[in-house]
Design a protein around this ligand. Structure first.
Ligand code: GLN
Length: 389
């Protein structure tokens, strides 16, 4: 038999999603793969029930149902402060996962370089490999996860085709300041580089931090592909609804890539979520208030146990320092944590390019009672996982 593709030879599965299976195996409270254990808004669920008996069971327009794109364009035009054209500037995708992949395939040729900040959401590594591109990693230095301008410019000097910007950032919770984004914008302009954003946590930015859409910076609209999703905003991660927003010339190409990759996102779900896209600002304020409370609850819980951790500015992840346990492998630590303490986490090494293995990631998109139950279990962590010398 001939060998399978070299491109996929060194692929591992997603460790994030593997940890969900590990959690299930041990009956652990799953704070690994980031998704809520509470319901989406009832207006969306009610509409889902209604549309199930309507005529939405066949393909929608490949780049997204007309109604969906119009509602989305209205919402994003308001937030991004420019008129987004639902027909020529939006492609509806199967989650931001597909949006990012379609964006990469649209922009990069095999051999092209792409800047990725590290730590990074693990899909970006796979996206670059699948599109034949080569990642250049630029570290975000803990504890504040700032980048070094000299290191960033050194990466730009290699003439990358694109930079991937996850803002707010998974897993480190960084919210890029306007000044930092302007610095990136200057370099993108100077070195003629596309910027592919992942802004799925756009509505989960804790005070006093604020989200700036990269595409809204002066001159950046024409070189930015904004990717996002409805998963986190409306707590519907399995609906796989995402999108790209980009100028017509780029969108035209993304439409074709998307058409051949997946044909389209689920039509009934695009229809069902429309009341959500039409929610007023109050919904987003409530969402943020909910996540702020959950963040504080979880952070205070870890503090009470005396565990060291980051405090996110955005998104819903916390990195916890496990140095005191003396493990050589954070992957092994997470397996032991799930088995013996009963809490699922993701080893930090799956996010860092650098040899970092003293951090693990928890998410707190869970009901308060789930978070309290997890904290109760974590109180026993030092007894159940004795420190290794
Ligand atoms: N973004 C989520 C996380 O980092 C999960 C996304 C996914 O598994 N598709 O856990």
């Amino acid at each position: 038999m001939q060998p399978l593709s070299t491109r996929t030879e060194h692929f591992t599965d997603s460790v994030i999603r593997r940890m969900t299976r590990v959690s299930a195996k041990y009956g652990a409270i799953n704070l690994s793969q980031g998704y809520p254990d509470f319901n989406p808004p009832s207006a969306i669920l009610d509409h889902l029930a209604e549309v199930s008996h309507e005529n939405f069971h066949q393909y929608s327009i490949t780049w997204g149902a007309q109604n969906f794109r119009e509602a989305l364009a209205e919402k994003q035009s308001r937030l991004m402060g420019r008129q987004i054209d639902p027909n020529t500037e939006i492609v509806t995708t199967c989650g931001s996962t597909e949006a990012m992949m379609a964006a990469m395939m649209t922009v990069a040729n095999p051999g092209d370089k792409v800047i990725v900040f590290s730590p990074f959401y693990e899909n970006y590594g796979a996206d670059t490999i699948l599109s034949g591109a080569e990642p250049i990693y630029v570290p975000l230095h803990p504890p504040l996860f700032n980048f070094n301008v000299v290191e960033l410019e050194a990466a730009f000097r290699q003439h990358p085709k694109a930079l991937i910007l996850c803002n707010p950032s998974n897993p480190c919770g960084k919210v890029f300041t306007r000044a930092e984004l302007e610095l990136i914008a200057d370099m993108a302009e100077k070195y003629d580089t596309y910027v592919i954003t992942d802004e799925v946590y756009e509505h989960i930015v804790y005070a006093p931090y604020q989200h700036t859409y990269f595409a809204t910076l002066p001159g950046m609209w024409q070189r930015t592909i904004s990717c996002s999703s409805l998963s986190k905003t409306y707590s519907i991660t399995s609906w796989r609804l995402g999108y790209t927003i980009a100028p017509p010339e780029i969108t035209d190409r993304i439409k074709k890539v998307h058409d051949f990759l997946t044909v389209g996102a689920a039509a009934p779900l695009q229809e069902a979520v429309i009341p959500g896209l039409r929610f007023g600002q109050e919904y987003y304020n409530d969402l943020l208030a909910t996540y702020t409370r959950k963040r504080d609850l979880f952070v205070e819980g870890l503090d009470a146990i005396g565990l060291q951790h980051t405090v996110p500015q955005g998104a819903y992840y916390i990195l916890m320092d496990i140095s005191e346990f003396g493990f050589d492998s954070d992957l092994e630590f997470c397996e032991v944590l799930a088995r013996d303490v009963g809490v699922g986490a993701v080893p930090g090494s799956s996010f860092f390019r650098e040899p970092v293995n003293h951090l693990i990631r928890f998410h707190f998109a869970k009901r308060d009672e789930t978070l309290c139950a997890a904290l109760n279990r974590l109180e026993t962590i030092r007894k159940k996982i004795p420190a290794r010398k």
